[in-house]
Write a protein that binds this ligand. Sequence first.
Ligand SMILES: Cc1ncc(COP(=O)(O)O)c(C=O)c1O
Length: 470
Amino acid sequence: MYDDSSSRIVARLKKWMDGAAPGAKLPSTRTLVAEFQASPVTVQKALQTLTSRGLIESRPGVGTFVRATRTARPSDYGWQSAALGSSPALLSSRSATMRGASNEAIAFHSGYPDRELLPERLVRAALARAARGDAALSRPPAAGLPELQSWFSQELGAATPAGINPPTPSDVVVLPGSQSGLSSIFSALVGRGQPLLIESPTYWGAILAASQAGVRLVPVPSGPEGPDPEALARAFSDTGARMFYAQPHYANPTGSQWAPGRGEQILDVVRSNGAFLVEDDWAHDFGITTSPSPIAARDDSGHVIYIRSLTKSVSPAIRIAGVIARGPARERILADRSAESMYVSGFLQAAALDVVTQPGWQTHLRSLRHQLQSRRDLLVASLREHAPEAHIEHIPKGGLNLWLRMPDGTNLARLTRDCEDAGVIIAAGTEWFPAEPTGPFIRLNYSGANPGAYPEGARVLGAALRNNGG
Ligand SMILES: Cc1ncc(COP(=O)(O)O)c(C=O)c1O
């Protein structure tokens, strides 16, 4: 994740500077090279980092010095509270899952796969090719590169049964990540003050996007088999809602995949209420013992709005996703995207398309399946041995996360703090609930760096849980 040796030097120098007077001179580069047993390039890189953070300054021919910190006049932005009025949603836009972590920490909190799980060689080659091609200098159409639209529609079309019209490329709108698609769908198709049915628990970013769009969230409980169709039908008739947001495959955070047949039942309920199902297929490429079979493939009447993301499977740096919708709904999504950002970088679209159309992509996906399986199994075994108090709700058939119920009465704030003090970062489950949490849950992601540390991570969690009551 980071350049180990230069970040080590940065950390050590920062510690030294904490005790140094402003204006103190740093040792020469040659001394630092010897002291840290690093190359001059690595030492320079560390010094550049400290310079860019405003902590040191170099005077050519004289040396490098600790910068004097200027005491800033306290700012007063109080007038803005009056100008902006009350906040529509006092939600944190900074999820615990987006925090950085030091290299030494055992990081179970982040949702982004470690580099060793990405198709690095394909990504680098694709970026180099895209840099040489037209896409580096031209503006793509607002709905996306036609070849990428075709790829997204063919992927869904491949799962379409006989008798159903498969999606066409013109049903696709390419997105700069699926998060932006969620925002557009909620604001353009639901609208302020209107109800949105949403699985509970569910992805915190969907809760945030919906709250920002001012829609009224109505939780529909969902378990390992998916939501109960009757409960969904009741929620539609009680609220008059016209949309249900769901993740039928390897949901974040629970890892659930809806039971066979459940998709059709839910689709029937959605259809009979004249409503939309938003199918968020963020983990399409992360099947372990099953493969996802999108519900959208069985709908040609425009009831399902399907979102497929490549962010986590191709690269978080090539953040590309696609939404497939039909009819006026698709036009409204496109209008909202255009108002928000006009078009998505054609360079990134070309690179994403290049990666997923290489023969090596399928090989990569096969190896990813095995890697995720062994990581998931190692984490489960480690937890069973060292933290049996943490109840594994179910073993996911795909995805990147384990969802665990802690014993009743667990103080989650204290648990996360104690784990962190011992070098293990976990995510409290609270932020995945659209209403009050139904119990003390945590989410552990098994796609981060250093899976060899899972037994130690589980040991720390077990010890923190046993201390939690006292
Ligand atoms: C369920 C779900 N939907 C959407 C997203 C956002 O994906 P993207 O990075 O493509 O915007 C995430 C990211 O974690 C997610 O978990």
